[in-house]
Design a protein around this ligand. Sequence first.
Ligand code: ALA
Length: 495
Amino acid sequence: MNWRIKPVDDILATAQRHKLQRSLGAMQLIMLGVGGIIGTGIFVLSAEAAQKAGPGMMLSFVIAAIVCGVTALCYAEMASMIPVAGSAYTYCYAVFGEPLAWMVGWALILEYAVTASAVAVGWSGYFVGLLAHLHELVGFVPTIVIPTAWANGPWSGGIANAPAALICLLVTWLLIIGTKESAVVNAVLVAVKLCALTAFIVLSVPAIDSHHFHPFAPNGYVGKMGVGAAAASIFFAYVGFDMLSTAAEETRNPQKNMPIGVIGALVICTVFYLFVAAGTIGTVGAQPVTDSAGNAFVPGSGALAAACQELQRVVCSREPLAFVLRQIHWPRVANLLGLAAGLALPSVLLITIFGQTRIFFAMSRDGLLPPAFQVLHRKHGTPYIVTLATGLVVATSAALYPVGRLADFANTGTLFAFLTVVIGVMVLRRREPQRFRSFRSPCLGLFGPIAIGGSLFLFSQLPTFAELAFAVWTTLGLLLYLAYGRRRSHMAQSQ
Ligand code: ALA
């Protein structure tokens, strides 16, 4: 069997020939990282995590942070060694060869494009709520109600989620007019997001009552409901640090700046999340909604939605952080937080769609996707065809599917990519011990297995539908590779 492993030196040489402009420094990378990480996960999905784990979601955040932290070290080492676009896809090409690289690239569509759709749907929830409350902030603005049919996809009782689709198209346009302008917009939105979370922490943490932390894990620790299951879903909140490595070719001095960017962004987000989770649980309580027998309803189920109609609970809210602030008597700040989320979540969309286009760009450069994906815009210098194609697909799935399902499906692909990168770093340490690494992941012998075990554990805790969908997606990818990439790839043609 010919695995078509692409030597690291060849990858570096190809990148040298098809150059993207190097304009990003360490600080911009951290901003891009935080912009890509903090989003729907903390602003919206924390309600879903609470329904699964209760106060134990605090531990879920810690578990997901540990898995991401040890994986981030591996991403940083890879990016410092192979600073080219393509992330896990490119790394896999160098370590395991073309078939697995393709499969990882295919899984990354879940991590990037499907994540982008989930973020857009989460944003839409806040945006619709914001329009309804806007008159409380600005007196002369009337209440604007978007009809349910056009604020929800067919699986949530509507026709299409129009705001979610429109925001995807707007961000696509921003990306087409240029990375630089987009990075500036991103920096402003990151600042807005951090201010909103800081306000939440400052107001909620002093109001914590430790009684709300009991019982700590009403649904247990392992299984499809419980602390592990919540960790698998809330893992979505940390996704994004790895996307930074897709910007390696556009980074100045990537060997130094890339590890600072990846790890710096992850640490900042983890600190914010833990305080936000503590503030949420400790102020209003986060016990799951249960049936009369005491069994917690599954998040996203019709039964939970029906039960929630009678209840004012954080697990029922589509704007959980704003809900908490209203409950602790800060309604104005709650509306401002809604406004901040409405303004800032698109920065996550920006970085995820950006990452997806750069992965397609790298796959096309290797001949695994059509060459049109590399065509740059004459005026703006951006890969506009692939950006437009990605934007349209992301907008369509955002219009149709609910946020929780999209997020869990996206998590399957992300965990698969994480797994291959960690194993890849361990393999390269043995196979190419002499290759220069400006950043070496510490204690790889310990952290590597923790990252692998952690990813497998989180995958096993995801809902069954997501695991099955991943199996179908992977099979489809394999068939596509056999039909197109295997013959068209540049590696195939040069052999
Ligand atoms: N981590 C990103 C979010 O939570 C994907 O929206």
